[in-house]
Design a protein around this ligand. Structure first.
Ligand code: ADP
Length: 507
């Protein structure tokens, strides 16, 4: 009989899998015949060989999505029938939860406790919520008076290109697909080249759930090739993107230069997470840890700028550093691991560079700041939970997104000083505040320029709560009823009810 450790080793060493593109209901090779490798970041070994989509494959996928949108069973289905297919997919994901969680951990490196208790259940909840949304979309009758009857209708937009990142591979696919399919659109999805595996499994699940051919097409490939082909395509009606601000700007530019496809962008962040002296400090220490070290810090809303009120600074950072040093970094398939590897060697190198920038500028490393020394971790892309103290808001480590387990600690003197610093950044995705003073908390929520504010908590998500950014964190909202604006057109209809209509030019 094998011990749990032996099973983990076996899973880490399994033979590479292979994945093809999903186009028009069939799994097919790339037109070029090319494939790329996705690595297991824990071991550096090849996890899968994946068909590499390019512009020609995107053309095929868009043509299939167009056919499915204009004709075929999807176009004729009632919203209720669409909702049932999405709900069935949610059930199938639930049935395969364990296997999908393990695959997500192998491909991305996130701890199995996160993929099992966050990524997969949130994906299921997301599809369940949007299954229910399908038949709740409605227009308005608008009482403008006079002899007219006026109403609005919501219609799907058409062919949607969806380009997603590698930090929550399956969940980001769900955020994008749930509302798009609920509204009756068709989709060409491009998973991130670093983590394509679970999206391809999702393709199989949707076919099994009864989604008609061509409604969901999945084209894994590289950003500058397959992603750019989607954002430049003349027959894509909308593109939804989650990723870096830099690429978000390229997507918006491509849309503007081609067919003015509609664009929604969920981009980077540099969230202020604020601890006031009156907070429950134990709770705030745990919250600060969770806000930055969850998913190895690879979260766009991570609390990466930790503002601590000056009077409690020394005590707070000492407690935080002790807790950070106690986190277990290691094989993410072990149930007790807190932090796995970063997703790629490039990301690891980038994080190391940023720690260097911080030190050069005068920041002090209170914890971490390096890769772990354990021999069995040397082939993977591991980094230790890192706390940079004595950071000021003008430093690179306070202004730029590091996207790793590195928190910059800053201090503030009072509410005014805090707000000035908190908002002095190009991003505006999220913010957190820890205080027992409810007036102060709500004042902060009102004044901070961020799309999401957590009070005495952090990283809470629900399919019903909108999420998205201010400033260069993007535009549009995901989730809730708000996201449906991004996936529907509003049509206004005017009906003349007058018995004797008179023409404008009749006298
Ligand atoms: P990161 O830097 O964290 O990898 P990116 O913004 O580069 O984030 O990637 C997010 C997604 O955008 C991925 O699916 C990637 O392939 C895609 N992407 C990258 N560059 C482009 C581009 N020029 N056009 C369209 N998509 C792109």
């Amino acid at each position: 009989m094998s011990t749990p450790e032996q099973k983990v080793t076996a899973a880490q060493q399994s033979e590479p899998r292979t994945y093809q593109l999903l186009i028009d209901g069939k799994f097919v090779d790339a037109a070029s015949g090319r494939t790329f490798e996705t690595l297991n970041p824990t071991t550096g070994a090849v996890l899968a060989h994946v068909a590499e989509g390019d512009a020609e494959d995107v053309n095929r996928a868009v043509a299939a999505a167009r056919r499915a949108f204009e004709s075929g069973p999807w176009a004729k289905m009632t919203p209720h029938q669409r909702g049932k297919i999405i709900y069935k997919a949610a059930q199938l994901i639930s049935e395969r939860a364990k296997e999908l969680a393990e695959l997500e951990t192998l491909d991305n490196g996130k701890p199995i406790r996160e993929s099992s208790y966050v990524d997969i259940p949130q994906t299921v909840q997301h599809f369940e919520y949007f299954a229910g949304m399908a038949d709740k979309l409605q227009g308005d009758t608008i009482p403008i008076g006079g002899n007219v009857f006026t109403y609005t209708m919501r219609e799907p937009i058409g062919v949607c290109g969806q380009i997603i990142p590698w930090n929550f591979p399956l969940l980001m696919a769900a955020w994008k697909l749930g509302p798009a399919l609920a509204a009756g659109n068709t989709v060409v999805l491009k998973p991130a080249e670093q983590t394509p595996c679970t999206a391809m499994e999702l393709g199989k699940i949707f076919l099994e759930a009864g989604l008609p051919d061509g409604v969901l097409n999945i084209v894994p490939g590289f950003g500058e090739i397959a992603g750019a082909a989607i954002s430049h395509h003349m027959d894509v009606d909308k593109v939804a993107f989650t990723g870096s601000t830099e690429v978000g700007k390229l997507i918006a530019e491509a849309a503007a230069r081609t067919n003015l496809k509609k664009v929604t962008l969920e981009l980077g962040g540099k969230a202020p997470n604020v601890v006031f002296a009156d907070a429950d400090l134990e709770h705030a220490v745990e919250g600060a840890l969770f806000s930055i070290f969850f998913n190895q810090g690879q979260v766009c809303c991570a609390g990466s700028r930790l503002f601590v009120e000056e009077s409690i600074h020394d005590e707070f950072v000492e407690r935080l550093a002790n807790r950070a040093k106690s986190l277990r970094v290691g094989n993410p398939l072990n149930k007790d691991t807190h932090m796995g590897p970063q997703v790629t060697r490039e990301q690891l190198d980038r994080i190391k560079r940023y720690v260097g920038y911080g030190e050069e500028a005068g920041a002090k490393v209170l914890a971490g700041g390096r890769s772990p020394e354990a021999e069995e971790l040397q082939n993977g892309f591991f980094f230790t939970p890192t706390i940079l103290d004595c950071v000021t808001n003008d430093m690179k480590v306070a202004q730029e997104e590091i996207f790793g387990p590195v928190v910059s600690v800053l201090t503030f003197q009072n509410d005014k000083d805090l707000l000035k610093q908190a908002n002095d950044v190009v991003f505006g995705l999220s913010a957190g505040i820890w205080t027992r003073d409810i007036k102060r908390a709500h004042r902060f929520a009102k004044s901070v320029k961020a799309g999401v504010v957590w009070i005495n908590t952090y990283n809470m998500f629900n399919a019903a709560m909108p999420f998205g950014g201010y400033k260069q964190s993007g535009y549009g909202r995901e989730m809730g009823f708000q996201v449906m604006d991004a996936y529907t057109q509003c049509k206004s209809v005017w009906v003349d009810l007058s018995e004797n209509p008179i023409g404008w030019f009749s006298n």
